[in-house]
Design a binder for this molecule. Structure first.
Ligand code: BDR
Ligand code: CA
Length: 309
């Protein structure tokens, strides 16, 4: 099984990414680390605990991480995920506490102890990963690969230029993209193909089980947000795509290229500048996704959700 750490900011789609990461038979989820992003790190951490509790994922440590970006104030996505960060369904009281360790310490410890066989899956701002790299550079060669949800080849979703996770902490993203380890970037062009249509909702409800029903309830709220904010007819499941890319690499078609992170621009802060035609002459630092095998993705996700008791 592939060892992974999920670094997330739940978040509706993060919650579903967590459920996929915790139960897919090809993966061994070593830890969940949380970061400020969709909401404060207090809220995203509590949400991670609640999701794990609801799904009876009780053997994976959940560690709270950075409460604000490296250099900038924290800015949350309440318009999409609500005040709690996970508005919509009823949530249980957490059945277990947070890990005693800070997420950055846990990331460093797990990576240093490893044989270089851990893939990091960040689905929020990259603050924890960048902080860990800065604090203990010896972790870098221990990172097998990074499969991250973030960025866009063309237009953004939080500004005209930028996608939320990269925009929220562009300095952290710049550190991660410069780390030299293999990076799969799963951008909006891919995740906007993973639309939870009415058909998907019906497949979830037809399972008549608590976890798939919880996911359908989450998606009901998420669908309203996406309708109101973006005029989408169905909500995109961004973060599970980054997990799916680890389970089945061919599920996302990618191309290698250099990606620069804009940290200065007047209109473009947080933009992932994807050098498709090699104009910069800089060596490739990421495999950038551009298409998703949509049916494969849904089968993989729904088959896994069905495994929950
Ligand atoms: C990303 O931003 C968050 O709102 C989602 O959880 C996802 O990680 C999409 O831009
Ligand atoms: Ca997220």
């Amino acid at each position: 099984r592939q060892k992974i750490i999920l670094d997330c900011d739940p978040g509706h789609d993060d919650a579903i990414a967590l459920l996929l990461a915790a139960r897919h038979p090809a993966l061994e989820l070593l830890a969940v680390t949380t970061v400020a992003g969709n909401q404060s790190v207090e809220k995203t951490s509590t949400n991670a605990l609640k999701v794990c509790s609801l799904a009876r994922v009780l053997d994976v440590p959940v560690a709270r991480g950075m409460q604000r970006p490296l250099l900038r104030p924290a800015r949350f996505a309440s318009d999409i995920h609500g005040e709690s960060g996970l508005d919509g369904p009823e949530m249980p009281v957490p059945a277990f506490p947070l890990a005693a360790q800070h997420a950055v310490d846990l990331l460093i410890e797990l990576l240093l102890q490893s044989n270089g066989d851990i893939v990091l899956i960040p689905t929020g701002p990259l603050t924890n990963i960048a902080a860990a790299i800065r604090r203990e550079p010896a972790i870098v060669p221990k990172i097998q690969a990074i499969s991250l949800m973030g960025g866009a080849i063309s237009v953004g979703n939080v500004t005209a230029s930028a996608e939320f996770n990269i925009w929220a902490d562009p300095e952290a993203a710049a550190i991660v993209f410069a780390c030299g380890r293999p990076i799969t970037m799963v951008p909006l062009e891919v995740t906007h193909q993973a639309l939870a249509t009415e058909d998907i909702m019906q497949r979830l409800r037809a399972m008549q089980r608590p976890v798939p029903t919880f996911v359908a309830d989450l998606l009901h709220y998420f669908a309203d947000s996406y309708r109101q904010v973006f005029g989408f007819s169905a909500p995109p499941l961004h973060d599970p795509c980054a997990v799916a890319a680890v389970i089945e690499p061919g599920i996302i078609l990618t191309r290698e290229m250099h990606v620069a992170i804009e940290t200065q621009g007047e209109w473009t802060v947080g933009r992932t500048v994807c050098d498709i035609y090699g104009k910069t002459g800089l060596p490739a630092n990421a495999c950038v996704g551009y298409a998703l095998q949509v049916e494969r993705f849904w089968d993989l996700l729904l088959d896994t959700l069905q495994c929950y008791a």
